[in-house]
Every structure is written in C-alpha cells, then in structure tokens.
Design a protein around this ligand. Structure first.
Ligand SMILES: [Zn+2]
Length: 217
C-alpha cells in the first residue's frame, strides 16, 4: 500500500540528510522520484543537508497544485515512482491534501520531511495538516542537542544571538548568522521557556554579576 509518511522533528535532526538517503537508495534501485522543496538553505530548486550533500529539486510555488503537477508530469510520459517533499512545513495545508491525493489516486509513496513547530513552539500549518493526514508520523531524534547537552526539542529564532518570540512565522535565516541577522538555534524546552540561548548563557557566565565572590582573593 502506498503511504504518506511524515518525518518530523526539530531543526538539525537530520531530516534533509534522511531525505537524501531515501532518494539515493531508491534511485540506486532504478526508481525515479519527484523531489519538492521550498526555501532550502542551498537556494531555489535544491535539496541540501547540513553535511554538504545536495541534489536538484523542484521549488514549490505559492498556490501550486502539486497533484495536478504530478498528473501533468505523468501524462507527458514522465516518471514519478515516489515523491519526496522536503521543508514540508512551508507547504500550504491544501498542498498537503494534494500530496495525500497523490498517494490515494496515483498510488505513489510520498515522504514528507518537516519541522513540526515554529520558533514560538506552535505547529506550522503544513506540519499540522501532515499530522492530520499522514498514514505514519516518524519523529526523528538524531541527537540534536541544546547547548546544555539536553536533547533539543524546540526551535528558537535569534537576532544577534538573543532569542525572540515575536515576528513572522517564516523568516529564512541561517544557523551561522553574523550580527543583526536572523538565526535559528535548537534548545531543550527548559531553555526555550527561559529564552536562554548559547550566546546569552555564555554572556551570563562571563558577567561579573554572577562570578563567585572570593573573600580570600
Ligand atoms: Zn538546555
């Protein structure tokens, strides 16, 4: 039975690496996939992982009908033995419905990869629809770690290293940000709730206010 599978997790949990691995394994067996992505860090029309692997993909547009796109591709004699949808949290709920329809009406396996919740710990609409519709949800736990060493379960947005909790749901940034840029960092829930990022924790540790006072000098 074809399936809609949602591989979900935080940033840095290895989603795109797994997407590339699935793509590699299937193309090595002579299968041909259609790969969708949106706003990948490597640029338009790319699916990349933090480990440096990259493959070509189709950039999904706002309002694009993914089911119609697949039908069109097949009717022109193209092949699509399976579908990979990376950065699926950025897809609209209707586009997730279209992927579910591709599973049911075209008999194609669809593997969607996405971040579950945003920097305010709210579900992305695309991820919510995937949780609602998927045959299977696989939560990836590839040891994404908070700066404190605990398992990172939450995504934080940072500006100059400080965690922010307001702003648009989607601002594409990078983890290797320079000053003033929007960045992202994974944290454990405790430090997400306290808004304590690696940078603010380091600053607090270096602050004279919190250095232990020694009476003996
Ligand atoms: Zn922590």
């Amino acid at each position: 039975m074809p399936e809609l599978v949602f591989f979900s997790g935080t940033m840095d949990c290895g989603k795109s690496t797994l997407a590339l691995q699935i793509e590699h394994n299937r193309s090595a067996r002579g299968l041909q996939g259609m790969i969708f992505t949106r706003d990948d860090r490597a640029g338009e029309g790319k699916l990349s992982s933090r480990l440096g692997l990259v493959t070509d993909a189709e950039e999904v547009a706002d309002g694009q009908d993914l089911y119609a796109h697949l039908v069109d591709h097949l009717s022109r004699g193209g092949r699509a033995d399976y579908v990979i949808a990376d950065e699926a949290q950025f897809l609209a709920p209707e586009q997730i419905d279209q992927l579910a329809r591709a599973v049911d009406d075209l008999g194609i396996d669809v593997y969607a990869f996405g971040i579950t919740t945003d920097f305010r710990s709210k579900l992305f609409p695309g991820s919510q629809r995937l949780v609602e519709l998927a045959d299977r949800v696989e939560v990836l736990q590839v040891e994404a770690l908070c700066w404190c060493g605990a398992r990172a379960t939450h995504n934080a947005r940072t500006i100059r290293g400080e965690m922010v909790v307001e702003g648009a749901q989607v601002v594409v940034g990078d983890v290797n940000q320079s000053a003033d840029e929007v960045g992202y960092e994974v944290l454990c829930r405790r430090h997400h709730r306290r808004r304590l990022t690696a940078a603010t924790a380091r600053a607090a540790a270096l602050s004279p206010d919190v250095l232990p006072v020694s009476s003996t000098g």
